[in-house]
Design a protein around this ligand. Structure first.
Ligand code: ATP
Ligand code: MG
Length: 355
């Protein structure tokens, strides 16, 4: 399928996060205005010091239900910023408002120095978006997906071809250029979606769960590529369920739960503020964990009982492990480790995010 000039009006929304039923992208714009705005020719921009995303009291309601309940977010140029939270926390709802494909219900939002309500096309033209759900064109080949997408941004055929080849190399899909998308595995599709999101050389790359469903090797490849993009100056905004991903990639993050932000900071700061330096994990017979917790609670600053283990929070985990043994308790397994974001999450929400 050859892209035509008319391809330019629909997207960048088409093939990305699509508007929900009942929502419209504003302004709809006449083709020439859209193309100019998408090219960034007439668009305003965030100054060097201005955050690329600035949300104050941001709200998203679906009917009576409030999915995002007044959050403040500030994403600075050049950083990697994360939304970490469980299913239904409101991450995608927030990302969609920032990507200017879902209307803001309340509060204020500026993206790249512009208002999504009035500058949607200009914003969308300068964002890269990797949505949570696969929106690739499964009838087309890998390379054609990038070529068609590039045309949406008003790029010449030659430029589309050049970027497609470079990006397919970047995500290591060069040997699949002529494969049809429907033949690709989930992980390969994810890599192609990431390549596609980079076609317009975005200032701000938004990734909604970039590595969900990937095998460990593919996850590391994606992390490596995102890290390189960041080094080149691309600002990253991502959502994840994975603590290790947040710790590896994010300079700063917010922990979001039930539509509100429950903590904010760098991974190291969050751990320092909301957990102890170390954790001693004890595994006994499953039914014994509550009883054990009662016997050792004085040894730690905090005790958590999970279905399969007891967590004792203390700055010196080895000392706690030894004290447990001195009380005549013999766990099946003992592990002393540094506190992680998982511990922060458990502390703040009372729930474990481990899947
Ligand atoms: N179009 C919609 N209409 C009604 N409710 C919605 C809609 N989209 C999302 N919701 C609800 O809003 C809440 C937040 O959903 P959202 O998709 O933002 O969560 P999330 O943090 O991205 O979760 P996940 O980790 O599962 O992707 C959920 O309760 C969800 O059911
Ligand atoms: Mg989501």
């Amino acid at each position: 399928m050859a892209p035509t000039a008319t391809d330019r009006h629909g997207p960048p929304a088409a093939g990305r996060w699509r508007p929900l039923a009942g929502e419209t992208l504003t302004p709809s714009g006449v083709p020439s205005a859209t193309v100019a705005a998408v090219s960034g020719l007439t668009a305003a921009t965030a100054g060097p010091e201005e955050p690329l995303v600035l949300a104050r009291g941001l709200v998203k309601r679906f009917g009576d239900f409030e999915a995002v309940r007044g959050i403040d977010v500030e994403v600075r140029r050049g950083e990697a910023f994360g939304f970490l939270g469980p299913n239904g926390a409101g991450k995608t709802s927030t990302m969609r408002m920032i990507a200017a494909v879902s209307t803001v219900t309340g509060g204020t939002l500026r993206v790249l120095g512009m208002d999504p309500a009035t500058d949607g096309p200009a914003i969308r033209g300068r964002l890269g978006v990797c949505p949570q759900d696969d929106t690739l064109d499964s009838e087309l080949t890998v390379r054609e997906n990038l070529l068609v997408y590039g045309r949406f941004f008003g790029l010449s055929r030659a430029e589309c071809a050049r970027r497609a080849d470079e990006l397919l190399g970047f995500v290591q899909l060069t040997d699949k250029v002529n494969a049809r998308v429907e033949e690709l595995s989930g992980g390969l599709k994810r890599r192609l979606t990431i390549a596609r999101s980079l076609v317009n050389e975005p200032e701000l790359l938004m990734l909604d769960e970039p590595t969900t469903g990937l095998d460990p090797q593919a996850r590391h490849l994606v992390w490596d590529r995102l890290f390189r993009l960041k080094q080149r100056g691309t600002t990253l905004l991502l959502t994840t369920h994975y603590m290790d991903e947040a710790e590896q990639l994010c300079d700063r993050l917010v922990v979001i739960d039930d539509g509100v932000i429950v903590a904010e900071g760098s991974p190291a700061t969050l751990i320092r503020e909301h957990s102890t330096r170390e954790v001693c994990e004890l595994r006994f017979e499953v039914d014994d964990h509550e009883q054990v917790a009662a016997k050792v609670s004085d040894l730690a600053e905090r005790v958590e009982v999970l279905p399969d283990r007891v967590l004792l929070y203390a700055d010196n985990g080895e000392a706690v492990a030894q004290a447990v043994h001195e009380r005549g308790l013999s766990p099946r397994g003992t592990l002393v480790r540094r506190s992680s974001l998982e511990d922060v999450f458990l502390r703040l929400t009372g729930r474990s995010l481990v899947e």
